[in-house]
Design a protein around this ligand. Structure first.
Ligand code: PSU
Ligand code: MN
Length: 306
């Protein structure tokens, strides 16, 4: 991929200064705000996450698209705009030129956020759940561009795995094919977002932010292009009850198929269904998971800058 012209991406002032001084910066996505969480929780989460990063001595860079311009380091007013305006679109990498030409506002996916963060010189990013291979993908070909983009984006990404609304086994196979290292943070089990263990094993684990920094440096020394994925499970004490999880998941998948939901609408639809079907429990777990990933991402950003 070619480099964007320097004026194509706008850096927030604080973020630009931190990058120039090699101070730690943590990138955060905005699809989770525009399409993943209900209003007004999305705005609370967007602002509280930045606060959490600052408290760790790291500069937050929430990334999104305003009037077609990709912004690395949105202002609080811009975060509010992406959280509250109805016309905000979900922007993955393929949507960046469309948003630009049409001057749209957009919440950026993991793929678009990582792509922009890397080009701005940011080395670590946190999200809740990564996109992946959807169930039925052998028929629909519905696989998130998060995977192919991360294969070409040398960043460190902290997530709690992929949600069980996806085909986790297929997602792990694709990550292997795409040469993307996946490591458990203090676990040998791949996390299942709402639950600490998805049922799949991981070959490698890390014990500390310093370990994660060493892994990122090793990748850079070898000149490999893929992201390093740090899979950070929710505390078992705070996970969604696995029995409840399995029941409501089956209902959500059936509802999506009945409603004829496909493509990029699938994830927001399923998440919304889960939230309502668990009386908000899945939302609380979602926020707990996200907080944990933001906190760990900030520690890794510090370890890499140190
Ligand atoms: N997974 C979640 N919540 C989300 C997303 C994924 O649990 O909000 C968002 C992320 O921004 C991710 C995107 O990058 O959805 C993937 O969408 P798609 O499958 O359309 O690529
Ligand atoms: Mn898709």
């Amino acid at each position: 991929m070619q480099s964007p012209s320097p004026s194509a991406i706008r850096l927030g002032e604080e973020v630009a200064a931190a990058i120039a001084d090699s101070r730690p910066v943590l990138a955060l996505e905005s699809t989770i705000l525009s399409h993943g969480l209900p209003t007004p929780r999305n705005l609370e989460v967007g602002l509280a996450s930045e606060e959490l990063v600052r408290d760790a001595g790291v500069v937050p860079a929430t990334i999104g698209v305003i009037d077609g311009v990709p912004v690395v380091g949105l202002s609080p007013a811009e975060i509010e705009r992406l959280c509250t305006v109805a016309e905000v679109v979900k922007v993955s990498v393929r949507d960046l030129p469309i948003a630009r030409a049409k001057r749209l506002d957009g919440g950026t996916t993991v793929a678009a956020t990582a792509w922009l963060a890397h080009r701005a010189g940011i080395r670590v990013m946190s999200t809740g759940g990564l996109g992946g291979v959807h169930r039925g993908a052998s028929e629909t070909f519905d696989e998130s561009a998060d995977l192919t983009t991360l294969a070409e984006t040398p960043i460190t990404l902290v997530s709690a795995g992929v949600k069980s609304i996806l085909d986790i086994r297929a997602t792990l196979e694709r990550l292997e094919t795409l040469n993307i290292p996946v490591v458990g943070y203090r676990t040998n089990r791949y996390p299942g977002f709402y639950v600490a263990d998805s049922g799949f094993a991981l070959d490698y684990r890390l014990e500390s932010p310093a370990d994660a920094a060493a892994l990122a440096r090793a990748r850079d020394e070898l000149g490999l292009s893929a992201a390093v994925l740090v899979a950070n499970p929710v505390d078992e004490a705070k996970q969604l009850d696995p029995g409840l999880h399995d029941r409501v998941l089956a209902d959500a998948i059936a509802a999506a198929s009945e409603a004829g939901i496909t493509g990029h609408d699938t994830t927001p639809f399923l998440l919304d269904h889960l939230q309502r079907a668990t009386g908000g429990r899945s939302l609380e777990v979602n926020l707990e998971v996200y907080r944990g990933n933001v906190a760990l991402g900030a520690e890794i950003a510090r370890a890499l800058a140190g």
